[in-house]
Design a binder for this molecule. Structure first.
Ligand SMILES: Cc1cc2nc3c(=O)[nH]c(=O)nc-3n(C[C@H](O)[C@H](O)[C@H](O)COP(=O)(O)O)c2cc1C
Length: 208
């Protein structure tokens, strides 16, 4: 057996991880929630993550208010300017952080609409192979899981890379968010875990 080899650690991954720890390139992340509400809990989660990861990643939270309804008559060069700006921002980012409230057991229309624009042209859009972290919020004690699952299905259809992490559904948000920040340690741990997974995914693909 070669010296230093251990069966419990995949060697190729270890070598790669060592190379990655010296990676000093800034990571540019784009956050989107799909909530336009003042005092949105989902935006509060993104804001909390922006602060937590400052210095390691630059998480810019994108305001989707200006994005018009998707219209297939206006694709390519005919895309409206706010859509072009959104697509440029996605293209320039290393990864996305989507934290959406569950709406009627699914993705809020505002976010789905933005993803529909971003998903074109199909299979070669700015979303194709883009690393994405996903999380969902709900005011109730049980919600979020269905929104998360629908996000996963939609993102897979556009060939995005969902960072492998434990599922993040932040329930009872009114009790866990104070002064615009996620203060519940357990939920924050899960959300940070998803972001760590995203950063790992980005680093791995940068060096692939
Ligand atoms: C149109 C609509 C549909 C909703 N549907 C659900 C739902 O299916 N499941 C759930 O847990 N909460 C549901 N809610 C509650 C939202 O998750 C809650 O209002 C949340 O705080 C909104 O997100 P925000 O704080 O980021 O704006 C719904 C709210 C609205 C306005």
């Amino acid at each position: 057996m070669a010296s230093g080899f251990r069966y419990d650690e995949p060697p190729s991954l270890l070598i790669r991880e060592q190379a990655l720890t010296s990676d000093t390139m800034p990571v540019r992340l784009l956050g989107m929630s799909g909530s336009l509400r003042t005092g949105s809990y989902s935006n509060a989660v993104l804001e909390t993550l922006r602060e937590k990861f400052a210095g390691r990643a630059d998480l810019a939270i994108y305001d989707l208010r200006a994005i018009p309804l998707y219209d297939q008559d206006f694709e390519g060069d005919k895309r409206p300017d706010p859509v072009k700006a959104l697509l440029s921002a996605i293209a320039a980012s290393d990864g996305l952080v989507l934290c959406a409230p569950e709406f009627n057991h699914s993705i809020p229309g505002v976010l789905k609409n933005a993803l529909d624009w971003a998903s074109r042209p199909a299979f070669s859009s700015v979303m194709a192979y883009k690393p994405v972290a996903i999380m969902a919020t709900s005011r109730g004690p049980l919600g979020g899981a269905r929104c998360l699952e629908h996000m996963r299905v939609a993102l897979e259809s556009m060939l995005s890379r969902i960072a492998l992490a434990r599922e993040v559904t932040i329930t009872s948000t009114a009790e866990k968010i104070r002064d615009g920040r996620l203060v519940d340690e357990t939920s924050l741990g899960f959300a940070c875990g998803a972001l760590e997974a995203l950063l790992r995914e980005i680093r791995v693909w940068r060096t692939a």
